[in-house]
Design a protein around this ligand. Structure first.
Ligand SMILES: [Mn+2]
Length: 408
């Protein structure tokens, strides 16, 4: 019985194999009739069209902006440049911000010109007349800080010296600082992606040559105005991410109308605050937001810098480490991302000559929280740089709120 079943199975298998062999495709394809006028197969281009970049694909530029190595491509034209400064060798605690430009660009993947309109601004910064370009990264030395600081200054000054793209001053995007340059020319503005905070010293050196002394609006948990750290013995070792504002003041790069926002770090004592005031800063602490509110803070910042040429520098550690953990010197109890975004909206129309976001160090991130937050803040920087004034509340379609007449 067993042998008989086995024979039946073998013979069934053989006939299946024969049947399969019978239907195999012949080696020759002479039997296929070709129409020589048609390609064998439709191409991607004829069938699907353009090879679009999706939010999760394509080369990495900020918000899928046009990308150019502007330092070598001197024909690149822009009104606002995104420039990475992957420098992180002057920090007091955790290094890693050299990967900040990568993380911020990566966090911006879901941003793009065709979806740049936000309800909060009531505008799309990419379509207001200012040409924006991602100019790549400065190839900074990771081995020699004096060399790296010079490289960053030369790179920044090189882009500042370019002609602006928007020759027509009637475009809706405005550059309120365009009349402030000492040479009477309009200069491009640069949004720098750090890097540790030291990058602001070479930036202020380059800006000072164009505009003279600059006021700084400085969002940070830390003062960054310390004269030096204990144990530093050389001129170069005095230049760190916690001392660069002191150096800038020594060199006469800043006005005495600067302001900190969001300070909460521990200090040596009251003498740190006395020194800070001498460097030229007023101070808005983290807790002040509870007492004066977002609008109170906006008002004090605007009063402080007035109509001076002003530079915005934002250390991501101003935001609570629960919402932005990827940074070198985290301080508990900070502002929310939403609060910082609202304060930035209130600063539009000031005479901004440039801006940066620094200290994003993605090795300490979770689920890209910090990179996404930083990229979103850069979108706000771009909106702030091209808006004439802070956005007003407006009656948007479908809103259940009706603004009062004096808010419109
Ligand atoms: Mn800081």
């Amino acid at each position: 019985m067993y042998m008989k079943s086995l024979l039946v199975l073998v013979s069934a298998a053989l006939s299946l194999a024969n049947a399969h062999q019978h239907h195999q495709i012949p080696l020759s394809n002479e039997h296929i009739q070709h129409d020589a006028t048609k390609p064998l197969q439709e191409t991607w281009l004829s069938k699907y069209g353009a090879q679009i970049d999706q939010p999760f694909s394509g080369p990495l530029s900020f918000s899928h902006l046009p990308y150019s190595r502007c330092l070598e491509d001197e024909s690149a034209e822009f009104d606002i440049a995104i420039l990475g400064m992957p420098f992180d060798t002057a920090v007091t605690y955790r290094s890693g911000a050299r990967f900040g430009p990568y993380a911020i660009r990566s966090g911006s993947r879901r941003q793009k010109e065709s979806r740049g309109y936000t309800m909060s601004w009531g505008a799309n910064p990419y379509t207001m007349g200012a040409k924006m370009m991602d100019c790549g990264d400065v190839p900074v030395s990771p081995f020699d800080n004096a060399l790296a600081v010079d490289q960053m200054e030369v790179a920044y000054a090189s882009l500042l010296a370019r002609n602006v793209s928007a020759k027509d001053l009637d475009v809706s995007a405005v550059n309120p600082a365009r009349h402030l340059a000492l040479d009477g020319l309009e200069h491009p503005r640069i949004v720098s992606l750090g890097g540790d905070h030291t990058i602001v010293l070479p930036i202020l050196r380059a800006l000072h040559k164009i505009y003279g002394p600059i006021s700084v609006i400085h969002f940070d948990a830390h003062l960054d105005t310390w004269p030096a750290y204990p144990g530093t013995s050389t001129d170069q070792s005095r230049i760190t991410h916690g001392t660069f504002f002191y150096m800038a003041k020594e060199e006469g790069l800043m006005s005495n109308q600067s302001v900190h926002a969001g300070i909460r770090c521990k200090l040596a004592g009251i003498e740190d605050l006395e020194n800070d005031e001498e460097v030229g800063f007023q101070l808005i602490s983290t807790d002040d937001i509870d007492d004066y509110g977002v609008n109170g803070i906006i008002q004090r910042i605007r009063e402080r810098v007035g109509d001076t040429p002003v530079y915005l520098s934002l250390d991501i550690d101003v935001i609570d480490p629960g919402l932005a953990p990827a940074t070198g010197t985290p301080e508990a109890g900070g502002w929310t991302t939403r609060e910082v975004k609202r304060i930035i909206r209130g600063l539009a129309g000031l005479n901004f000559v440039g801006a940066d976001i620094v200290e994003v160090s993605p090795a300490y991130d979770n689920a890209e929280i910090t990179g996404i937050a930083a990229a979103d803040l850069v979108h706000d920087f771009l909106s702030m740089l091209v808006a004439k004034e802070p956005p007003k509340r407006f009656a948007r379609p479908g809103s259940i709120w009706v603004p009062a007449k004096d808010e419109l």
